[in-house]
Design a protein around this ligand. Structure first.
Ligand SMILES: C=C(OP(=O)(O)O)C(=O)O
Ligand SMILES: [Mg+2]
Length: 572
């Protein structure tokens, strides 16, 4: 009997494959007295040996599939495993206290982790994170349980997880990972955004998938409808295979527009740009006819590793993207860390409300060395294309002025040292905090452009956590409260002769697009895989009709009424 679980459609497409549970096993430790100390120490040594072999295989595979930078984290783990300063005290404790290896490992490692975490030293804090990971691995061997290793997957699978962190997603190889489904998350959580950029069908917020699915179950992930089928009947599999074919033909139709401009029926041109996370995404942008990069989320450069990327490393990444876009506009957003995006090597105090906390520009203005290094790398790369710099999470004008002043200082230092920097670099902001949307007329006098970040703007306006599927019904992009704010921002930009774009998920939403065209949005930035579909839709719209539609919807009372009105006016 097949079982159906409904969730949130997070990334288009249909995937059919075996389940792979990416879930950490229970690793609780009990204290036991042991009689044979020698045997216990051998058992411990054997677990170390197995962990070392395992880590070497993982490291080599990660290097081969994902590159040396992603593999570096496993080198650090291997060093910890070979470190006598950690290993000897564990053996000594087994011997002197006659306790089991699990207990000795757990106690000794916890002592080091606490000590290193309390040090005011980034390097030592990173070591604490390494010890934590390595301890888990050795414990798993002592306890005889299996820790899943996503980078080791070598057959077609569908990942089943409670949630996927951005660094988990960075380790997934789309050659094997055909789809994923998670218990938690919403359409704008980062796992969903990554799934779209990797073109992996995904259903998130499916509540009970980890309870209902065991390794090896046959799974269908329907990323179009938001459904997960567990052990489907052969008839259902057949129907889904046909749906996969139909989706592939539809994509082939859209693909004909890859070299076309984006123009409405009555000749109004807009720009369809792509959101990217790494230079590797450029290929997808080209294949999908992106007219620029509207959002380069640079935080991915900082994730899934052990240390900050150097200025040189960042410079290379930015240069690759600018050169790859061959003179087309590239909007690079400065580091937006915090919220659900954590860095293992930047230990920050736990916060009650991380989405309302110390993140993005707030952190960069405070930890200026991190910010200045990034700005230096960006400015040095600016001569390789059309760079635009964008600051995230701007809430007040003084934050913008301060960030811009720092950028000015960094630029002057570079020029003083004879480093070449592009003459004209537009500097803009994300509009993703309601205070900034409301003050858009004032900001518009000082910024070069706006890019509306609806993922956060909606979460903050509706007071609904974008990661929480229990309040995901409040993710209402067509709610007139949101639409009015978007309209204010676009009008404010135009009044000062500036341009307004949108890089939140709403920009690629087929119900929102007609309204946004009517409001005069200049640039739409979305997952590369949504571009051709959006271009096709826009080519069937008339600007005049959409202007009228956008005025009508602004005075409607609910999200659903607006949606209904758009679906009635436009054949989607
Ligand atoms: C594009 C946005 O930024 P992110 O999703 O990275 O928070 C947004 O908030 O809409
Ligand atoms: Mg945001």
């Amino acid at each position: 009997m097949s079982t159906l679980i409904s969730g949130i459609a997070a990334s288009n497409g249909i995937a059919i494959a075996k389940a792979y549970r990416l879930i950490e096993p229970e690793l609780s430790v009990e204290k036991r007295s042991i009689e044979n100390v020698e045997a216990e120490i051998s058992r411990f040594k054997e677990a170390i040996q197995k962990s070392t072999v395992e880590l070497k295989v993982i490291r080599d595979k990660a290097e081969q599939d994902l590159g040396a930078d992603k593999a570096a984290i496993f080198d650090a783990h291997l060093l910890v495993l070979a470190d006598p300063e950690l290993i000897t005290p564990i053996q000594d404790k087994i011997q002197s206290e006659n306790v089991n290896a699990e207990f000795s490992l757990h106690e000794t490692a916890s002592m080091f982790i606490t000590m290193f975490e309390q040090m005011d030293n980034e390097y030592m804090k990173e070591r604490a994170a390494d010890i934590r990971d390595v301890t888990k691995r050795v414990l798993s061997h002592l306890l005889g349980v299996h820790i899943p290793n996503p980078s080791m997957i070598a057959e077609e699978v569908i990942i089943i997880a409670e949630d996927l962190t951005p660094s988990d997603t960075a380790q997934l190889n789309p050659v094997y990972v055909k789809g994923f489904t998670t218990d938690i998350g919403g359409r704008t959580s980062h796992s969903a955004i990554m799934a779209r950029s990797l073109e992996i069908p995904a259903v998130v917020g499916a509540k009970s998938v980890t309870d209902s699915i065991v390794n090896g179950d046959l799974i269908i992930v329907d990323g179009l409808k938001g459904e997960v089928h567990i052990n489907p009947t052969p008839e259902l599999v057949k129907r889904y295979e046909e749906a996969q074919d139909a989706y592939a033909s539809q994509k082939a139709e859209w693909a004909k527009l890859v070299h076309e401009q984006t123009v409405t029926q009555d000749g109004h041109h807009v720009e369809l740009a792509a959101n990217i996370g790494t230079p590797k995404d450029l290929e997808g942008v080209r294949q999908n006819g992106g007219e620029g990069i509207g959002l380069y989320r640079t935080e991915f450069l900082y994730m899934g590793r052990n240390d900050f990327p150097s200025e040189e490393e960042q410079f290379e990444a930015y240069k690759t993207v600018l050169e790859g876009m061959a003179g087309k506009s590239v909007v690079v957003r400065t580091l937006d860390i915090g919220g659900d995006k954590e860095l293992p090597y930047l230990q920050l105090p736990k916060e009650m409300n991380p989405f309302l906390g110390y993140r993005a520009i707030r952190l960069c203005l405070n930890e200026q060395e991190i910010f200045r290094t990034q700005l230096r790398a960006l400015l040095r790369a600016s001569i390789y294309g059309d760079l635009k710099i964008m600051f995230p999470m701007i809430a007040t004008l003084s934050e913008f002025r301060e960030a811009k002043a720092i950028l000015g200082e960094v630029k002057q230092e570079l020029l003083d040292n004879g480093v070449q920097v592009a003459e004209k670099i537009e500097v803009g902001i994300m509009v993703e905090i309601p205070s900034t949307a409301v003050m858009a007329d004032i900001f518009a006098k000082e910024v070069d452009f706006f890019s509306i970040g609806t993922n956060d703007l909606i979460q903050y306006t509706m007071a609904a956590d974008r990661m929480n599927e229990r309040v995901s019904y409040l993710y209402q992009p067509y709610n007139p409260a949101i639409l009015r704010m978007v309209k204010m921002v676009i009008d404010a930009a135009h009044k000062e002769g500036k341009w307004a774009g949108m890089c939140g998920e709403m920009a690629g939403d087929e119900v929102a697009i007609p309204i946004l065209i009517g409001m005069g949005l200049d640039e739409f930035s979305m997952s590369a895989t949504s571009i051709l579909k959006a271009r096709s839709l826009i080519s069937h719209l008339s600007l005049d009709d959409m202007k009228k539609l956008s005025q009508d919807v602004l005075v409607m009372d609910t999200n659903d009424k607006v949606k209904e009105a758009v679906l009635k006016a436009v054949n989607i």
